[in-house]
Design a binder for this molecule. Structure first.
Ligand SMILES: Nc1ncnc2c1ncn2[C@@H]1O[C@H](COP(=O)(O)OP(=O)(O)OP(=O)(O)O)[C@@H](O)[C@H]1O
Length: 407
């Protein structure tokens, strides 16, 4: 049996390419930082804070810039005796109502062992408990709600909290809300009254372009990667791939990290473009698998129908035939079937997710029709289906057919 041993020839500090790392410097966001600082200026001047709403795609630095600036702000206000600033931060990802967010905020502010239960109170009682905790803090409190869109339309807290002072719920404490979201539609869906308060100051973070990503990568690689372990053109390649796809710094950093891991596993002491290329394909596959896991039951059954046809080497395959396969799978799993039109719409969603590809066939008088086939490796599709569907007998049978056909 092999034993574990240290490989480390490429990384100096791999954690610096990870999610929890807080960069010392923020690259390429000077304008946004300036605007953000302006919005936070009343805190330093001792006035009531503005509410700020930040939005932009995933990985464009909203959280990193917020952490960085609030850290600075906390340091800088120490010079002023009459400013007493506290910051409470919460990621709302798993919280989908004002009630849940308020409970979490109360518990953030209470000492360990003194938390309240997450169910069983009327909403106003939880809000009152929150006011009590905030009032006990006094001074200025900035409440940062990351991924605030998770709260959905149960957004009363976003309306109430900024008005707490005006409504007499707080006397000694001034609260400012900082909402962060990557859902562009969230702002539009907010109740207009909430929109007015939460979006008092709005900051939009655009996607990064390739040269910007290259600078971010370069400054991070200096901390994370051993000198001379970045091959020629590697940072440029990671930056170009991420810029073309999403403009996300997270994606660029993930590419570099995985490419470094691949290089180390192969006992290379330098990351080369070929490692990046393989990292790209692996990350893409992971993303597709995640996409598959999020499908609805009928989305999965529609996909399984294509997988089954692929095992028989009968793809590309027309919607009508896929529908027959889908109906048989629904029968075996005891699920009611949808109409052919709905299944077609699932197939077309799968195509948008990059899981299927479709070919348009023109058949003259009888109109056009589509033929579908898998656009991801057969093995990853069936593996994801096995995880997601409890259809072991069917997936085993499909596997057997596939192996007979040497897939
Ligand atoms: N301008 C930048 N300079 C240095 N590092 C950056 C910059 N922008 C983003 N990063 C890094 O990229 C990663 C993703 O950034 P961040 O978490 O701030 O994105 P986000 O916009 O908040 O994304 P999400 O909406 O998914 O939470 C982090 O590791 C962060 O440190």
């Amino acid at each position: 049996m092999h034993r574990f041993e240290r490989k480390g020839t490429v990384f100096r500090n791999k954690d610096a390419l990870g999610e929890s790392y807080r960069p010392e410097t923020i690259e390429e966001r000077d304008e946004e930082i300036e605007e953000y600082m302006e919005a936070l200026q009343p805190v330093v001047d001792g006035w009531e804070p503005n509410n700020v709403f930040l939005y932009g795609n995933t990985g464009v630095g909203k959280t990193a810039v917020t952490d960085y600036l609030l850290g600075r702000l906390q340091e800088d206000v120490e010079a002023y005796d009459d400013v007493d600033l506290s910051v409470v931060s919460l990621n709302c990802k798993t919280l989908n109502s004002s009630y849940q967010v308020a409970v979490e905020l109360v518990n953030e502010l209470r000492p360990v062992g003194n938390e309240i239960s997450s169910t069983g109170y009327p909403q106003q009682t939880v809000f009152n408990k929150l006011y009590q905790e905030l009032e006990a803090l006094g001074g200025t409190v900035l409440v940062v709600l990351d991924e605030v869109d998770s709260i959905g339309d149960r957004d009363e807290l976003l309306y109430e909290l900024p008005r707490a002072r005006a409504n007499g719920n707080l006397e000694d404490t001034a609260v400012g809300l900082i909402g962060i979201s990557n859902d562009f539609t969230f702002r539009e869906q907010l109740d207009p009254r909430v929109q007015d308060t939460l979006c008092e100051r709005e900051l939009q973070f655009p996607p990064y372009d390739a040269p910007e990503l290259e600078n971010i990568l370069r400054s991070r690689a200096e901390v994370a990667v051993v000198d001379d372990a970045v091959g020629s053109g590697v940072l440029e390649f990671c930056a170009a791939l991420a810029a073309r796809d999403s403009g996300s710094a997270r994606q660029a950093l993930d590419l570099l990290r995985l490419a470094g891991e691949i290089a180390e596993n192969e006992d290379c002491d330098r990351i080369e473009q070929d490692h990046v290329e393989r990292a790209r394909s692996r990350l893409e596959q992971e993303r597709v698998q995640e996409g598959m896991r999020d499908l609805t039951t009928h989305g999965r059954l529609a996909l399984l129908a294509v997988v089954s046809k692929a095992a028989k080497q009968e793809t590309p395959c027309r919607t009508r035939e896929l529908y027959e396969e889908y109906t048989a799978l629904c029968d075996s799993s005891g699920v009611d079937t949808l109409s052919q039109r709905s299944v077609h719409s699932h197939l077309s969603d799968l195509r948008m997710l990059g899981i299927l590809s479709a070919e348009e066939n023109r058949s003259g008088s009888r109109g056009n029709y589509y033929s579908y086939e898998l656009d991801v490796p057969f093995e990853s599709a069936i593996e994801a289906m096995e995880d997601a569907l409890r259809l072991d007998a069917e997936t085993n049978a499909i596997r057997e057919i596939a192996s007979m056909n040497e897939r």
